[in-house]
Design a protein around this ligand. Structure first.
Ligand code: AMP
Ligand code: ZN
Length: 487
């Protein structure tokens, strides 16, 4: 990358300001992202959170920081309500199926990882699994129990009045407090939350452990404090999650971190655990298909089954700033796919022209554009602007093809659209339900070409109709050179 890079600024939800990134450990960036609760498939909204975390990680690498990224897998503790009401999501899913909790967790973790790969999200340094850290959670809770917690018949609770400025993150987000909190008998304050949930008398949970507060399971917020602190060290640089976490989960994590880190006063910003708290806005879908409880909910696999390349969804995410709400629509996805296709076409042509020189560096001609790209990404990850700069490079004429390719590859290393790796034909819309094969389509198109050459237009039209009847749309003169599409 360029030597004089733009200063990186990131929006900190805790202070509600864009702040310069100053690493805790010079030259390093340590990032923790709240991972999925693996009781069901992730929907594409969940995956937006990881595309965002990936863009953050790639940008930090691009800026020269040595990145350590941790994403957790929540396989215990997350109740059907983010506060202390309802059942454990995994216990509930296990009851509704013939599988054990462990099998359910494994199945949905694998499905999530498949989506991670399909979206070209880089592997973090560590996938931390919550159930691997239960002894560490008990140790952490024991350390803060005396000063900050109290016991009730249902478990050990954190007293939020024992830390300074509880809920600052939530107030910063909504200006109205800590969000929806369920009442539990005996809680001292409404916002107090469970650190340890005792298994009720006479019940047996599939997942339970012995603790100083009885047999039971950890509260959900505890795991992230413990895993982030253990794996990255307090304070670390950046903590990410979706905006819903600003209301309950992250304020509670911060309170635990304050209690744990407290040395000389609770109100030191460093004691929040992470210096910067970043949150992606939601992907929304007006008809409610984002909800995992609705029948055909929007999984990445559904997009793939309908014939879309998963990276079209990544492109869709990058077209919006991560702090803006993004509305999903099939038209929007199709438009993102076309945008991706155009870029892949350019790269393909450049690869053919550049030949063996494709390992060249981008020359000085590209410097101003690379600098503008850097400025956009350094401005709180402004991917919509960065994409337009990438397209300016793609549109440049009369430049050395291998240098142009190098400039595009440098930018794509940050955006992760896979421009150099995917083939043009991978992007064809090809629904799973289609039965006609590509070879059959090509053979019919060849016959049609021959008919047209022989001026047998009746046969050429008949062949076109034959393809249309099987869902193949023939696109004569398509500027992208696509020639046909399915579905
Ligand atoms: P969960 O599996 O429910 O714990 O959520 C995983 C991640 O997805 C969390 O960071 C959530 O904040 C985030 N998230 C949930 N719904 C959406 C959505 N519709 N759009 C963007 N992010 C979301
Ligand atoms: Zn978390």
């Amino acid at each position: 990358m360029t030597t004089e890079t733009a200063p990186l600024t990131l929006f900190n939800s805790l202070t509600r300001r864009a702040e310069p990134f100053v690493p805790v450990h010079p030259g390093e960036a340590r990032v923790y992202s709240c991972g999925p609760t693996v009781y069901n498939y992730p929907h594409i909204g969940n995956m937006r959170a990881y595309v965002f975390a990936d863009i953050l990680g790639r940008t930090l690498s691009f800026k020269g920081y040595k990145l350590t990224h941790v994403i957790n897998i929540t396989d215990v503790g997350h109740l059907t309500d983010d506060a202390d009401a309802g059942e454990d999501k995994l216990e509930k899913a296990a009851k509704a199926s013939a599988q054990s909790i462990w099998d359910i967790a494994r199945h949905y973790t694998e499905a999530y990882w498949a989506d991670i790969r399909a979206l070209n999200i880089r592997q973090p340094a560590e996938w931390s699994i919550a159930t691997d850290y239960v002894p560490a959670m008990i140790e952490f809770a024991s350390g803060i129990a005396d000063k900050h917690c109290y016991e009730l018949p249902s478990g050990l609770y954190f007293d939020v009045s024992t830390v300074a400025d509880y809920g600052r993150l939530a107030r910063a987000a909504t200006d109205e407090g800590e969000g929806r909190i369920e009442q539990v008998d005996g809680k001292r304050h409404q916002a107090d939350f469970a650190i340890w949930r005792k298994t009720p008398e006479g019940e047996k949970r599939q997942m339970e452990w012995d603790s100083p507060w009885g047999r039971g399971a950890p509260g959900w917020h505890l795991e992230c404090s413990v895993m982030s602190g253990k794996l990255l060290g307090f304070p670390f640089d950046i903590h990410t999650g979706g905006i819903d976490h600003r209301e309950i989960h992250h304020p509670n994590e911060i309170a635990q971190n304050q209690a744990h880190c407290c040395t000389n006063g609770l109100d030191d910003a460093a004691n929040s655990g992470a210096r910067i708290w970043m949150h992606n806005n939601f992907l929304v879908e007006r008809s409610g298909k984002m909800s995992k409880s609705s029948g055909e909910f929007l999984r990445l696999q559904l997009l793939i089954d309908k014939g879309y390349h998963p990276l079209a969804y990544r492109m869709m995410c990058l077209q919006a700033h991560y702090r803006s709400e993004l509305e999903f629509s099939w038209e929007g996805l199709a438009a993102a796919l076309t945008r991706l296709k155009r870029l892949v076409m350019v790269v393909k042509q450049l690869r053919e022209r550049a030949g063996d020189e494709s390992s060249a560096q981008a020359g000085t001609k590209f410097r101003p554009l690379l600098d503008r790209f850097d400025v956009a990404m350094s401005d709180d990850l402004n991917t919509p602007v960065a994409l337009t700069v990438l397209e300016e490079v793609a549109a440049l004429k009369k430049v050395d093809p291998s240098e142009k390719l190098a400039a595009l590859a440098t930018m794509d290393a940050v955006l992760g659209l896979g421009l150099v790796d995917i083939e043009r034909t991978d992007l064809r819309i090809r629904p799973k339900a289609a039965t006609i094969t590509e070879a059959e389509i090509e053979a019919t198109l060849l016959a049609r070409k021959e008919a047209r050459a022989a001026k047998d237009f009746a046969r050429s039209d008949a062949l076109r109709d034959e393809l249309a009847a099987q869902g193949v749309d023939v696109m004569d003169g398509d500027p992208l050179g696509w020639e046909w599409k399915l579905g």
